[in-house]
Write a protein that binds this ligand. Structure first.
Ligand code: C2E
Ligand code: CA
Ligand code: CA
Length: 579
């Protein structure tokens, strides 16, 4: 190669290197340090991101941009890698001259001398501040509630793990705003959101800074207070929360009032049962205990707190269990009807039966309707179960008729929710048609409290009467209805509540006497329920009560038992309806 050729090649190579340097400077943050970390070269991008001038950096230790974020071990490992001649890669948080932080994705390449020892390091970095900020945000989202900026359920779980892991006593409080759904529905979600935000602010204001306050969903907040051991201390704080949240909230220039229900569980780390359980199980059980207590506070009408006790736990747990299991009881064929015979008090012949719902629970056995009917009503399940009752009773009636069993009619209890349904009368008629039962064989029992709107009630009752269905007022005397307005309703029968029959044997027969007299003068048939002894029966006969039922005659019976009962006692059929 001639000198000229060599020069040409050299120029070409130099040009290439210049291009590479240009490209590198355009794309990356570059610095060169000597072997101890003293900076001897920085590019423009390094100056831009670190906000230092070139002359402020040259001759300085690279530590000038250290953010104090990473551990000593982090840098030790880095120096070990590059010190032994290897390339190091990682993400570093640095600090700029103005105190702001930036993140760089870093590659450090060591350059080795003739002895294989590094004499300088070239670091090539890329700005990843935005990516890191996004990661932070995602982390934040995973642990915080975006509306109130309070810790969320994930964070609560983590926090409880620490508290329980450290075996510290603590009060776990479950807060739930009462009737929040109504506010949300009537005032709109925006107002609802603002109310939740203000609730969070108020909780932060009134609780000690050591309290852990989280929002776990909807209008539910969970507060953890460490080192609370006594019920008294917990109760004081709960009371304080309740009164503070009772003060008016101003939202969009409107004043709102809310009340709060609080359930409290006191976590006792050295309790026998909690000590042997894994942390996750303890968390689950503590949360459940607080939740149960909250549920009970709601049952009491809200605006109050409740401490979890074993007794309360059992009571509410049972209700909650029944609530979920009632959902499947109908499909699982767990319901049956028992029938209590009704008699003509003067001839002792059988007139009809009252159908009474029974639930055979797979574990608990037979459960009283007094316990599960209110739950069916609360959950709205009563509508479908009630329809099943009517259809089953009608089918049974039809069966008895085929078999020649002398029962004239079956009475079925109707709940308020069923009765309120606009299609109720239509559905009853449909069932009767389907079963092909004479409508006069069905009697529907409603209670006084269901007659809130006399006009509407009259329309439904009239539709039923026109079709031939009989109706009666159940538990008569316990409501506030006056006989005078009942006379405007197409009702056939009054059933005097069993509490009055019970009182009769204690010399308080005036009520019963009055109901019978007035009822009869208004052309109602009168039925006495809960007749338990001969004395009650003879008084009722004396007053001219038409019909009756009660343990004195028979308890409610399964259909087969009822047939046997009738046969064994040679109960006669009613010949003519007594008026
Ligand atoms: P209710 O309609 O007043 O029914 C009469 C209740 O008194 C029945 O209780 C019956 O077993 C009981 N009883 C009958 N004779 C006597 C007696 O001589 N002395 C005493 N102390 N009690 C007597 P049960 O079967 O436990 O039903 C309780 C309540 O559950 C019923 O009261 C009724 O309100 C409701 N219920 C039962 N079945 C149904 C149903 O199918 N639908 C609806 N909506 N409610 C029902
Ligand atoms: Ca009844
Ligand atoms: Ca009754």
């Amino acid at each position: 190669m001639t000198n000229k050729q060599i020069e040409k090649k050299l120029n070409k190579t130099l040009k290439k290197l210049e291009d590479i340097e240009f490209a590198l400077n355009e794309s990356s943050i570059v610095a060169i340090t000597e072997k101890k970390g003293i900076i001897n070269y920085v590019n423009k991008k390094f100056c831009d991101i670190s906000k230092y001038k070139e002359e402020e950096l040259i001759g300085q230790d690279h530590k000038i941009v250290n953010a104090g974020y990473h551990s000593k071990a982090f840098f030790k490992q880095m120096w070990q890698t590059i010190g032994s001649g290897n390339v190091w890669k990682g993400e570093i948080k640095n600090k700029a001259k103005d105190g702001s932080f930036y993140w760089v994705d870093t590659t450090i390449v060591p350059f080795l001398d003739g002895h294989g020892k590094p004499y300088q390091y070239v670091s090539i970095r890329n700005d990843i501040t935005k990516k890191k900020a996004m990661e932070e945000e995602i982390k934040q989202m995973a642990y915080y509630d975006s509306l109130t900026e309070l810790p969320n359920r994930n964070f609560l779980n983590k926090h409880l793990q620490t508290v329980i892991g450290n075996k510290k006593p603590a009060a776990i409080m479950f807060l739930d705003l009462d009737r929040f759904k109504v506010i949300n529905d009537t005032m709109g979600h925006i107002a609802g959101d603002l109310l939740l935000k203000q609730t969070a602010v108020r909780l932060k204001e009134i609780l000690p800074s050591s309290a852990f306050i989280s929002r776990t969903g909807g209008d539910e907040f969970v507060v953890i207070l460490e080192d609370i051991r006594s019920e008294n201390d917990a109760a004081k704080i709960a009371e304080h929360i309740i009164t503070s949240l009772e003060a008016p909230f101003l939202i969009n220039e409107e004043t709102f009032f809310i009340s709060t229900s609080i359930g409290i569980s006191l976590y006792e780390p050295h309790h026998l049962t909690t000590e042997s359980l894994p942390v996750e199980k303890v968390i689950e059980s503590e949360i459940r205990k607080a939740d149960i207590a909250m549920y009970y506070a709601k049952e009491l009408g809200g605006g109050t707190y409740q401490l979890n006790t074993p007794l309360l736990n059992e009571k509410v747990s049972r209700k909650m269990t029944l609530e979920t299991q009632l959902n499947r009881a109908l499909q699982n064929d767990e319901f049956t009807l028992h029938y209590q015979p009704q008699f003509d008090l003067h001839t002792d012949s059988i007139t009809g039966v009252e159908a009474l719902l029974r639930w055979h629970h797979p574990q608990f056995g037979l459960i009283s309707p007094n316990e599960f009917i209110p739950i069916l009503e609360e959950t709205g399940l009563i509508v479908s179960v009630g329809r099943w009752v009517i259809e089953t009773a009608c089918t049974q009636m039809k069966q008895w008729q085929k078999e020649g069993v002398p029962i004239q009619h079956a009475a079925v209890n109707v709940s308020a929710k069923q009765f309120k349904n606009v299609h109720f009368a239509k559905e009853v008629i449909q069932i009767l048609r389907k079963v092909e039962l004479n409508p006069a064989c069905l009697e529907l029992e409603i209670t006084e409290s269901m007659i809130q709107n006399v006009k509407e009630t009259k329309i439904i009752l009239q539709a039923l009467k026109d079709f031939g269905v009989r109706t009666s007022i159940d538990d008569f005397g316990t409501g506030y209805s006056s006989l005078s307005y009942l006379q405007h309703l197409p009702i056939d029968c009054l059933k005097i509540d069993k509490s009055f029959i019970y009182e009769m044997s204690k010399g308080e027969e005036i009520m019963v006497k009055t109901i019978i007299n007035m009822g009869k003068s208004l052309q109602f048939n009168i039925v006495a329920e809960g007749i338990e002894n001969e004395e009650q029966l003879s008084l009722l006969q004396q007053y001219g009560c038409h019909y009756g039922q009660g343990y004195f005659y028979s308890k409610p019976l399964a259909p087969e038992q009822l047939k046997t009962f009738l046969e064994e006692n040679r109960i006669p059929a009613l010949q003519t309806l007594n008026d």
